[in-house]
Unconditional design. Structure first.
Length: 266
């Protein structure tokens, strides 16, 4: 009963059947998992407002996993965008704000409507002489520029607060951002912090998780560069997936948290 028409009526998301399909070709259905459907429906119902990680964490608790929540969320959002493009979406549906939450992509406009017939039944229904009454779509109010400005302001404020907190609690020395080449992992070059020995168990654990989880960049591509950084606490160490060298200003890096499990050198 719950369907959402996206991208100026070019893509449909059926939340009940958990599928994407192009409106001009309803039979070409792309299936989503229950978790992916729940996350996407939560973001769509927010109507362009930020959905914080705490709200999404409840959805992931329904499907227990040994994979950390941050990694599962990043992979889930990347998979939602990939499946949407497989259903001929012109762009990404959801953007992730690292460490904060998720928000609907700005180019996405949303209309919701309900119908009894399924997309397959509509596609197979024979054409009749008398036109059937059209089902009115319940239009969701477009996001005004004022609300978009408020949303952007809140996002910038959150980012500024996060940067200030990071600066306050960061170590006085900046040796943690000095890296050395470690090796090649498939199509990815691996760099580790200068302070890590090459036989560090943290480095080996991070590489094992990278090989098992296969994290991707925001556009779904395999990261050509992986940086394993010094841990600031004894709980986890941080890593970065980068499209370009991390020293560049436009490196397109995203943070990837690697939790430590009682490692001797953690």
């Amino acid at each position: 009963m719950a369907r959402f028409v996206l991208f100026a009526k070019s893509l449909c998301f059926d939340a009940d059947q958990q599928v994407f399909y192009p409106l001009n070709s309803p039979a070409q259905r792309v299936a989503l998992s229950p978790l992916q459907s729940a996350v996407l429906r939560r973001v769509l119902n927010a109507q362009g407002k930020l959905v914080r990680n705490q709200a999404l964490h409840v959805l992931f608790q329904r499907e227990p996993s040994e994979i950390p929540f941050a990694d599962r969320l990043t992979l889930t959002i990347a998979e939602i965008n990939r499946l949407a493009q497989q259903a001929h979406a012109p762009g990404a549906l959801v953007h992730q704000v690292p460490l904060i939450g998720c928000v609907l992509a700005e180019q996405v406009d949303v209309e919701s409507f309900s119908e009894v017939a399924t997309p397959v039944a509509e596609a197979e229904k024979p054409v009749t002489v008398q036109p059937e009454p059209a089902v009115k779509a319940v239009a969701v109010k477009k996001k005004s520029w004022l609300w978009r400005g408020v949303l952007v302001g809140l996002l910038l404020l959150n980012v500024a607060l996060a940067l200030i907190a990071r600066q306050e609690f960061a170590p006085t020395e900046h040796d943690g951002m000095q890296f050395k080449f470690y090796g090649q992992e498939a199509q990815t070059q691996v760099f580790i912090a200068d302070s890590y020995p090459e036989n560090s168990l943290i480095v080996k654990d991070a590489l094992r998780r990278f090989t098992d989880l296969k994290p991707q960049l925001m556009d779904g591509a395999t990261p050509p560069l992986l940086y394993i950084n010094q841990s600031r606490t004894r709980v986890h160490t941080s890593a970065f997936l980068c499209a370009r060298p991390i020293a560049q200003k436009d490196n397109e890096c995203i943070s990837w948290m690697v939790f430590v499990q009682e490692l001797p050198d953690a």
